[in-house]
Design a protein around this ligand. Structure first.
Ligand code: PHE
Length: 454
């Protein structure tokens, strides 16, 4: 075991780091297109409910494990349940964030490329009305996406190798406030576009007929992804929070920021989509295909303004993707440093090498390797499907069962009440305990089955 562990500098630093993990492509890329595909305001209502009733308790459970153990995923299980099979949960949650990181880095790389384009040539409409970004051709061409993936992952390695305080904490402290400022500027611009009000209406007027079991499962799954649940990132970051800090306050703060950011991102993207007369259900290509089109269209009348917003937009995406990716990276590094006695630098290199390789194969699975299929899916699709539909929910279920049924109730209550000093939190604890022991496991099994049979 290495010497004294590095910790975050205080509550604000901890919330910014956790929010950095949570706020990412999930909020800016996935949330808006899921809202568009799954029914606008009705989806948002279920999403809010599932964040508060399901994901918040799970988030707190995962945070409690890390905070209590003051160790990364594998070490936490060894410490809180020594010599039991729970160590396999520790191992699973060392591996699953690295699988997510591999394909996440590919999308992070695309964002770097799009940032570069918005800084250089910008996006223009061709004579046939198509946009110069040409997403389809770009992702299938092998070299540039591969280079961008390397740059993105290299950036993560650089930040993580600098350490918990001078790398991760410092980066999040600068980037997170900036992200909020940027997304608000983009929202204001988007809301000012002619025709934006149809987008606002879409986001606030629910059509309840669109609430189906699979929409509910999708909303729950999205809240899992957005809050980085079930893969040990929240656990690992929470293990860097000082023992005296209260985990309820930190958790509620983080979930609140994540929700707020997703909503602002929705109001930044949907009004622009409607203003440009685009179909909101465009799917995963929404921000890479649709937004360049919007920037190009707006650029015809106000080239400077549209160019500046495009740059701000892709800066926001790149930064948000970085703050999330480093949290996944850190899980693997923490394991190697704490459990295997490897130096932080070497650990960073090892994690980089493994995720670069899997990520490179994921990137190539859009082009030269598109014929290689796993259960009918390309490698990229398979990694996404496996992690967001199964590994995250499975890991989340085991964390919840661990805290609700394995850890002593008094220890969990202690985390809530800061050792019995907060009376208010003691009242909240009973509701949490009920949600955690009964509601959360049941809901996760339902999502699991819906995903399995849908
Ligand atoms: N929550 C991140 C996002 O919204 C994704 C993520 C998943 C990060 C799992 C860490 C672990 O983009």
């Amino acid at each position: 075991m290495a010497g004294r562990r590095e910790l975050f500098g205080g509550r604000t630093a901890a919330i910014l780091a956790l929010a950095g993990s949570a706020i990412g492509l999930g909020n800016i890329w996935r949330f808006p297109y899921m809202v568009g595909q799954t029914g606008g305001a009705a989806f948002i209502i279920i999403y809010l409910a599932s964040c508060l009733l399901l994901s918040l308790p799970i988030f707190l459970a995962e945070a409690i494990i890390g905070h209590r153990a003051q160790a990364g995923t594998f070490g936490a299980m060894e410490r809180l349940a020594p010599g039991t099979k729970w160590k396999w949960l520790g191992l699973l949650t060392v591996l699953s964030p690295l699988v997510i990181l591999s394909y996440y880095s590919v999308v992070g790389g695309w964002s770097i490329d799009y940032l570069w384009r918005s800084l250089s040539a910008g996006f223009r409409l061709g004579a046939d009305g198509s946009v110069s970004s040409d997403f389809g051709r770009f992702i299938t061409s092998p070299w540039v996406p591969l280079l961008c993936h390397t740059l993105f992952l290299g950036g993560c390695a650089w930040i993580v190798s600098a350490g918990v305080k001078s790398g991760i904490e410092k980066f999040n402290k600068v980037t997170m406030p900036l992200l909020f400022v940027l997304i608000v500027i983009i929202m204001v611009y988007s809301l000012s576009l002619p025709g934006a009000s149809a987008g606002v209406e879409y986001l606030v007027k629910p059509d309840f007929s669109r609430i189906t079991p699979s929409a509910v499962a999708a909303a729950m799954g999205q809240s899992f992804f957005s809050l980085s649940l079930g893969v040990g990132t929240i656990l690992t970051y929470s293990s860097y929070i000082h023992e005296k800090e209260n985990i309820l306050v930190t958790g509620v703060g983080t979930v609140g920021f994540d929700l707020l950011f997703a909503l602002i991102a929705g109001f930044a993207i949907m009004p622009a989509v409607f203003a440009a007369g685009i179909e909101p259900g465009a799917g995963p290509g929404l921000i890479f295909e649709t937004l360049p089109y919007i920037f190009a269209k707006m650029g015809a009348s106000a080239p400077w303004l549209s160019g500046a917003v495009a740059v701000l937009f892709f800066v926001t995406i790149v930064c948000a993707a970085f703050t999330s990716a480093i949290s996944m990276f850190e899980v693997g590094v923490a394991y190697l440093v704490e459990q295997r006695g490897v130096s932080r630098r070497r650990a960073t290199l090892l994690v980089f090498a493994a995720t670069w390789l899997l990520g490179a194969l994921c990137s190539l699975s859009f082009g030269p390797l598109s014929g290689v299929r796993f259960f009918g899916r390309t490698l990229f699709e398979f990694c996404d499907f496996l992690t967001s539909n199964f590994l995250m929910t499975f890991g989340g279920l085991l964390f919840v069962l661990f805290v609700g049924w394995k850890m002593p109730r008094a220890a969990v209550r202690d985390e809530f009440t800061s050792g019995g000093t907060s009376r208010f939190n003691a009242a909240v604890f009973d509701a949490f305990w009920f949600l955690l022991r009964y509601v959360a496991p049941l809901a996760i099994v339902v999502i699991f089955l819906t995903n399995f049979f849908a």
